[in-house]
Each structure stands twice: as structure tokens, then as C-alpha cells.
Design a binder for this molecule. Structure first.
Ligand SMILES: [Zn+2]
Length: 349
């Protein structure tokens, strides 16, 4: 079968790989329909390895680079292990790519996203969504409701990050929020904030096309290249209840904290390449809170219910659809230079 394999930064190859087969009793083999290119995939492509194991194998996947990429995907079940009860061949599924301790087709830890062994199918070995077939555990598959397309199924993963960020925040219906960065995850956070009943959502973004998307979702857009977001927010409403940092740019973390009012909260969603400085007094003297979130847990069914109600729509997020053969030129290369792109979906067919 064909697959996109990461060898090292800037060396992603579409090549023939061995088709995986069902070996364990709780294995589920999936024919991939659509797989999104994620910001973390892009990091691995440009400056990796970050999550990709190199030198020693990931403890759960047992693999290290070169590895097949792709963790935001949906597909059709083609075969299941003898003890799988959750799905059967022919079922349409969205994959929860978290690698964490599991037993009898279930994650074992309640907060399985916080395990020391955390990895992702499609980043940490074990196969991935940029391939024709992949085999995952029963605990990683969720049936897609018939109202939702496979394209929508491929968006459950990034939407899950946005929804988990909002659910882990202190935001209550009627509260105000600011989202710094309106890329794919930032837009998902904005949509999750709408679902949560935020009364006003500021979106701070430099790219015009992303500003447009944030506006279409009902956010008040602040152009980060021409305006001082902190000043605008403080002048207009005296600070937001909750700020979400979704850029990974050190100075933006500071702005996010400063955009909140006394007692306000900042939720860090980004993964960082290095340190970011904060003056602790900005937290201390205003009794602010700063917290982080990683991935998600127990949230796929809720994401898909919200999708049925019109949230996290593929029409809004997907800016291009390409074939696996084109994943480097029309996918990774385009995303590294063209910030008007949001989500590019890849089909192995
Ligand atoms: Zn991702």
C-alpha cells in the first residue's frame, strides 16, 4: 500500500509500505478515507523530530522513525479482531489517535491524555492516516453518526482539542473570551466557545483569510499586525474572562495574560519550541490563572453531537482536498508558506 513516511525534517516520502494486518484480539483495521494535515505534522516536517520517536522506540507503538504520519483521520472498518464488539466491518469511524495504556479495548487511565507514555498514532509510530490502511485499537475508534461525512469525521480530532480547551477553562455561559491565533485549532476553540455560550469572542490574528473565517464564526476580529490587541480589549471591556493562547509565539503568551481582567484565566493550547517569558507579578498582583491543556479525553462523542448541530463544519475549515501523492507539494509545502490555508485534507485514493 501507499503511505507518507517521515524520515527526517524536510524528508517526507510517499512510498510503498507493508499493509498492516489485524493481529491482536482488539485490533481494528481501517481503510482511510480522509486525513487532515495538522500544525504538529507541519512542525515535524519543518523542524522535527518533536513527537516522533528517534533513537529509541515509543513504548506503546514499539516503533521509531521512519514512521507513517497522519493522526486526524476517518475511514471505514475492513476487519476486526476476535474480541472487538464496538465496531464491525463496514462501519464508518473517526479515530482517536491517542497512544496510552489500554487493556481489553479500553484506555486504562481515567485521564489517559496525561500518561507519561503519551503518543499519537501517526506521530509516534504504529501506522498513520496518510496511508491506505492502518490498524488501531478498539479503544481508538468511534462510530461516525450517519448525518456526518468522512470529511467531517477527519475533523473530529482537531475539534476535540478546541472543545477540550474550552471545557477545561473556567468559562461560563455569558462570559467573554479572547482567542490568540485563528489557525485550525484557534477556529475550533472559537466554535467551541460559541457552543459554550460565550457572549463575546475576540479573535486576534494576522492572516486576512483566517480573520475572515473567525468573523464568519461570529468572533470580533482584531488585526494583530496593525492593532494592539491588549489595548483594544482592555479599552472596550476591561479585559476578558478567559484568554486562549493558540499561536506558540512567546510574546503572544504575554499578550494573552494581559488581555484578561483581574482574576481572569489564560489557557495555553499551543505546544512550544522553547521558553516564553512572563512577569509573574502580572499573574500575582491581579490574581490571574494560567493553565495548559494537552489533546483531549472522553470527548469524541460530544464533538460529533455538536457537529450534528452545525459546529466545527468542514465547509468552514477545509481549504483544500488533495491526493496522497500530492501530500508534500500541495500539502506540507503549501501550508508552510501560505497562511491563507486552514485545513488541507488528504485522500489515499
Ligand atoms: Zn493534530
Amino acid at each position: 500500500m501507499k503511505a507518507a513516511v517521515w524520515y527526517k525534517a524536510k524528508d517526507l516520502r510517499v512510498e510503498q509500505a507493508e499493509e498492516p494486518s489485524v493481529k491482536g484480539e482488539h485490533d481494528v483495521k481501517v481503510k482511510v478515507k480522509w486525513c487532515g494535515i495538522c500544525g504538529s505534522d507541519l512542525h515535524e516536517y519543518l523542524a522535527g523530530p518533536i513527537f516522533i520517536p528517534e533513537g529509541s522506540p515509543h513504548p506503546i507503538s514499539g516503533q521509531q522513525a521512519p514512521i507513517i504520519m497522519g493522526h486526524e483521520f476517518a475511514g471505514e472498518v475492513t476487519e476486526v479482531g476476535s474480541k472487538v464488539t464496538k465496531v464491525k466491518a463496514g462501519d464508518r469511524v473517526a479515530i482517536e489517535p491517542i497512544l496510552a495504556p489500554n487493556e481489553n479495548g479500553r484506555y486504562t487511565d481515567e485521564k489517559y491524555n496525561l500518561t507519561d507514555l503519551l503518543g499519537f498514532h501517526g506521530l509516534s509510530g504504529g501506522g498513520g492516516g496518510f496511508s491506505e490502511f492502518t490498524v488501531v485499537g478498539e479503544h481508538m475508534v468511534h462510530i461516525i453518526p450517519e448525518e456526518l461525512s468522512f470529511e467531517q469525521g477527519a475533523l473530529v480530532e482537531p475539534a476535540a482539542v478546541g472543545l477540550h480547551a474550552v471545557r477545561q477553562s473556567s468559562l461560563k455561559a455569558g462570559d467573554t473570551a479572547a482567542v490568540f491565533g485563528a489557525g485550525p485549532i484557534g477556529l475550533m476553540v472559537i466554535d467551541a466557545l460559541k457552543a459554550a455560550g460565550a457572549s463575546k469572542i475576540y479573535a486576534v490574528e494576522v492572516s486576512e483569510s483566517r480573520q475572515k473565517k473567525a468573523e464568519n464564526l461570529g468572533a470580533v476580529v482584531i488585526n494583530a499586525s496593525s492593532d494592539d490587541a491588549v489595548k483594544v480589549i482592555q479599552d472596550e471591556i476591561g479585559g476578558v474572562d478567559v484568554a486562549f493562547e493558540v499561536t506558540g509565539i512567546p510574546k503572544v503568551l504575554n499578550q494573552a495574560v494581559h488581555s484578561t481582567h483581574s482574576g481572569g484565566e489564560t489557557v495555553i493550547v499551543s505546544i512550544w519550541e522553547g521558553e516564553a517569558s512572563l512577569q509573574p507579578n502580572d499573574i500575582v498582583i491581579k490574581e490571574r490563572t494560567v493553565k495548559g491543556i494537552i489533546a483531549y479525553r472522553h470527548i469524541y462523542p460530544a464533538v460529533m453531537e455538536l457537529m450534528k448541530q452545525g459546529h466545527f463544519q468542514a465547509d468552514m475549515m477545509v481549504t483544500d482536498k488533495i491526493r496522497l501523492d500530492e501530500v508534500v507539494d500541495k500539502g506540507f509545502e503549501v501550508l508552510s508558506t501560505d497562511k491563507s490555508q486552514v485545513k488541507i485534507l488528504v485522500s489515499p485514493e
